[in-house]
Design a protein around this ligand. Sequence first.
Ligand code: KG4
Ligand code: ZN
Length: 335
Amino acid sequence: MINDVYILAIETSCDDTSVAILKNEKVLSNIVSSQKIHEIYGGVVPELASREHDRLIIPVIKKAINDSGINLIDIHAIAYTRGPGLLGSLLVGGSFAKSIALSLDVPLIEINHMQAHILSIFIDDNPEKPKFPFIALTVSGGHTQLVIVKGYEEFVEIGTTLDDAAGEAFDKSGKLMNLNYPAGPKIDKLASKGDFNRFEFPKPKVDDFNFSFSGLKTSFKNFISNKSPDFIRDNIHDICASLQFTIIDILLDKIIKVNNTYKINDFVVCGGVSANSFFRKKLKELERNTNIKTYVPKIDYSTDNAAMIGINGYFKFRNSSFSKFSDYSVSKYRV
Ligand code: KG4
Ligand code: ZN
């Protein structure tokens, strides 16, 4: 039995090239290189993303090893994002992970990106950790999911988006206002000086635990197309605050609905959109007004990062959940 486990983790599912080194649940280094090349396109360009991962992966790995203070030879296993994500981007990280595991003769551990977002709450420098079972709301650029988490490897999805993801609602609306990709953090900042009661946007009527953001997107598109560039510029703070309020309200409504149905009080809220400052404030408010308790990872672990892949890798290492070098099946990971 190994006392201290050192994991090298690689995340390349979308537009962040990231490598982390963990000692058990503790992050020794977590290097994230966010690709700037997509900014002007209003979204991630898959072909450019894979090329950027290929360009950045070596310097990012070198820096992660350097900053961790350990040697590559000390690593017990390599964890990497197997999916979901952009195929070309995943292949860069996957190929590197396999090569390093093979050369060091250590196990390879494949990780589901969405499960990693959830388990990022267990990284040791997060202030509080939930107990199983809990509910996870994973809100990112590609996904919006509600999951019952029964254990480190037991996930039951109870809801997902029927169309766009919550992050996409931010990014696509931002594009309409000429905000560079990713627009989520920009809208967050602009909204902080705005009045969220100023404009009203529709909320979808989805009865179960699924989500829909396409109606809001269309309504926002119509709203913007009827306004002059001057109006948009002069009212940008109120527009962003009102839009943000609607997206966050849709998410909060679902948390309450799930809580009422499943009677589970602990909620982990994770993924890029959980970095939103208004959302974090509203979650605290929800805690004060209900018996719901929310756990949100530190900002560094909210948006894409390899530390979350590393913590998941650590739990899988303890469970000997290793992947076979010859297993190329993709169905489990919906790549
Ligand atoms: O989890 P993530 O980094 O990557 C994916 O797995 O997709 O999430 C990225 C998404 C983007 O849509 C981005 O606009 C959004 O998270 N995001 C935010 C904030 N920071 C990132 N949305 C709202 N407010 C933020 N502060
Ligand atoms: Zn993500």
